[in-house]
Design a protein around this ligand. Structure first.
Ligand code: KDO
Length: 340
């Protein structure tokens, strides 16, 4: 007798049809969709707790909303993908799409940028935004795009840099920093600034600063207060000297190759996401910066304000004597000072 197989029930048939559809979608549709997503790799030396690290999540969320399913945003913090300062070269090689570039890293290729690495040039964060969102920024970013093959999408306020010492010391003027081993990020403009402040500048990557302070291989570091908190430098230091020597910024930049691969609509969405990220950073950073002196006092740190006139004079004289201004386009310093 011929064996009869049971007739499939309607439910079973529906399930089997669904399974076939899902399998087809998996083999054709879904991977194709995933593959067609535009990869945006981000690299930053920032610690996750810092606002300019958190802003990348804002960037990603903004883009996921404005362009659902179009971008695959990959955030790499703590210099886990590229070491600090190596990002622009990685972008030029096509190995990275987005990062924040410092003025010092811009200055390696576009010497005019070194003006923004000099102490006491930019007055405050409001002026900083006006400088970079106005004609000065437009001119400089054009040169950056031509020479570095990257495009600046937005300017972030990193904060105003202060001195942060391992041991308590009387610091009224730059002479009081004589012999202090001050860690600076590793490029000539940073080191010049450290020396101009009166200390002995020594280069070290950001990720090694905490241990350097803890072990005593360095005596001090300089960073804005929100970074001193986020990177927990206050745990291994005893004093902050409010020198306010550099109103520091970072520039959200995308490689030109990545930018040119986008449609006009995608470009404006990426631009919108970068602006939202910078706005998030700027707002939070400014707010926190104004509250942190109290926080550090509670943590037991001594907070002191030095003779700021003495610091201004000494630092400016150092730049004049070194003919630093020769690498700055004629009239740029005056144009910056005129921005109000
Ligand atoms: C630092 O190394 O001190 C510095 O503040 C320099 C900045 O240009 C920037 O690279 C920043 O580190 C990192 O983003 C970590 O906060």
């Amino acid at each position: 007798m011929q064996k009869r197989f049971p007739v499939a029930s309607a439910t079973w048939r529906r399930r089997s049809l669904l399974a076939t559809c899902a399998a087809t979608a998996l083999s054709q549709g879904l991977p194709a969709m995933a593959q067609s997503k535009i990869m945006l790799r981000i690299s930053s030396p920032a610690v996750p707790e810092d606002w300019h690290a958190k802003m990348w999540t804002v960037f990603k969320e903004h883009l996921d909303k404005s362009a659902p399913g179009e971008f695959d945003v990959q955030i790499n913090l703590n210099a886990s993908l590229f070491k600090q300062g190596a990002e622009p070269a990685a972008m030029a090689r096509g190995n990275l799409e987005l990062t924040t570039v410092s003025a010092a890293d811009m200055a390696k290729i576009v010497p005019a940028f070194s003006i923004f690495t000099a102490g006491y040039v930019v007055r405050d964060p409001v002026q900083q935004q006006k400088i970079f969102n106005g004609p000065i920024g437009t001119d400089l970013f054009k040169t950056v795009s031509e020479k570095m093959d990257i495009s600046v999408l937005s300017t972030c306020y990193l904060g105003t840099r202060q001195l942060n010492l391992r041991d308590v010391r009387q610091v009224r003027n730059p002479a009081d920093l004589k012999g202090i081993k001050l860690r600076m990020p590793g490029s000539k403009d940073w080191l010049f600034l450290g020396e101009a402040l009166g200390a002995t500048a020594t280069p070290l990557a950001f990720g090694e600063v905490y241990m350097g302070l803890k072990s005593g291989t360095i005596d001090a570091q300089d960073n804005p207060l929100p970074t001193v908190k986020a990177a927990k430098f206050y745990e291994v230091t005893k004093q902050i000297v409010l020198t306010s020597h550099l109103v520091d910024g970072l520039f959200i930049a995308i490689s030109n190759k990545a930018l040119q691969a986008l449609s006009p609509a995608q470009r404006s969405k990426v631009q919108g996401a970068a602006q939202a990220a910078a706005a998030f950073n700027n707002e939070n950073r400014l707010k926190e910066e104004s509250q942190l002196v109290e926080f550090f006092k509670k943590e037991g740190l001594q907070i002191s304000t030095p003779d700021l006139d003495a610091f201004h004079k000494t630092v400016q004289t150092a730049y004049q004597n070194a003919d630093y201004g020769k690498t700055w386009p004629a009239g740029l310093l005056e144009r910056i000072h005129a921005v109000r």
